[in-house]
Design a protein around this ligand. Structure first.
Ligand SMILES: Nc1ncnc2c1ncn2[C@@H]1O[C@H](COP(=O)(O)OP(=O)(O)O)[C@@H](O)[C@H]1O
Ligand SMILES: [Mg+2]
Length: 247
């Protein structure tokens, strides 16, 4: 190692600008404060690598919960990475996107300097893992989303994924796994169940449908109520400029 590369390595920065562009976020996240607290507790207590598994039915809100946690706590981490672990190819592609993001900000990152345009995906995964395992790179958060087909005893599916191949092996960093499988238990397991307050569920249904959802014996949808301001403006004899906004 030359003197100049040694100097670069000792001052190496591991910060990557926060972005969750690979996952789509709901416009109005509701409720889940207890679950957010449970994740925060699991990822802030103890030493070594911290991990939490969010387990629940498909569509129950695991991904949105992980996004909400990442948004709320991104300031606690030097880098937040989102990986889709629904199958091997997706997780390798996720690693490849991570490598690009790191190299964009740190073109001289010592662990990634072996990556070239010809590198195979497995080499890229190995290089990014080395970067994550670096003794000074301890403050990252990785979200492994959709770990629904885990390679565990009793799963004969040849497409099943063994997450251990993709987890950095260092005793540092934080990991969130989301899964529908009851067999996955990485770190602390947190069950994501139905929302307790029916008003929160109605709010989600209203946002998704663009109509007002209500429970009056049965689930019904109504045209969305206009806000009082909008309603009053519509009722006033107004200039044509004001009217056009509500037609
Ligand atoms: N807490 C929440 N606030 C608002 N919308 C939510 C919330 N949880 C789930 N949703 C809605 O439900 C959909 C499914 O949630 P998602 O997190 O993708 O489920 P899962 O990952 O468990 O399959 C989301 O796209 C979103 O529209
Ligand atoms: Mg999901």
């Amino acid at each position: 190692m030359t003197l100049s590369t040694a100097r670069i390595s000792s001052n190496e920065s591991f910060s990557v600008v926060f972005s969750l562009s690979e996952v789509s976020e709901t416009e109005h996240f509701v409720a889940r404060q207890e679950e957010l607290n449970a994740i925060h507790k699991a990822l802030s207590e103890g030493s070594g690598r911290r991990a939490v598994t969010l387990h629940g039915l498909g569509g129950i809100g695991k991904t949105q919960l992980a996004i909400a946690y990442a948004n709320a706590h991104c300031g606690d981490y030097s880098a937040v990475f989102w990986l889709n672990i629904k199958d091997e190819d997706s997780v390798k592609q996720s690693y490849s996107r991570i490598a690009r993001r790191i190299l964009q900000e740190h073109p001289l990152a010592s662990c990634l300097n072996a990556i070239t345009d010809d590198s195979k995906l497995d080499e890229i995964v190995a290089a990014v893992k080395r970067w994550l395992e670096h003794g000074k790179n301890t403050q990252w958060l990785m979200v492994f989303d959709n770990y629904d087909n885990p390679k565990v005893a009793g799963n004969a599916d040849s497409a099943a994924v063994d997450i251990r191949r993709f987890l950095p092996e260092a005793h540092h960093g934080s990991i969130i796994v989301t899964t529908r499988s009851s067999k996955v238990s990485i770190g602390r397991r947190t069950k994501v169940g139905k929302l307790e307050d029916v008003r929160d569920s109605l709010q989600i249904l209203s946002d998704a449908s663009g109509r007002e959802a209500a429970m009056d014996g049965k689930l019904s949808f109504y045209p969305r109520r206009r806000s009082t301001d909008a309603y009053q403006t519509r009722m006033q004899p107004s200039s044509s400029k004001n009217w056009t906004a509500y037609r």
